[in-house]
Design a protein around this ligand. Structure first.
Ligand code: FES
Length: 67
């Protein structure tokens, strides 16, 4: 099995929220579905709702998605 990606493990990009193990790709997907705030991301994924240290990065991703 070496060298093959693990089946059933979603490629979610680099981890943005360490508390909830939420990766950048998952965040982008939720942003694409219309979420435009940290609160909304938190409701969908949990990210930003514990220690809060990922919030600046979440805001940066939101700003980028608004392009
Ligand atoms: S790293 Fe996201 S809430 Fe702690």
């Amino acid at each position: 099995m070496a060298g093959r990606p693990c089946e059933g493990v979603e490629d979610q990009g680099s981890i943005v929220c360490a508390c909830f193990q939420v990766g950048e790709k998952r965040i982008r997907r939720v942003l694409d579905q219309g979420s435009q705030s940290v609160e909304s991301l938190g409701r969908h994924l949990g990210c930003g709702t514990n220690c809060g240290s990922c919030i600046p990065e979440l805001k940066a991703l939101i700003a980028k998605s608004k392009g």
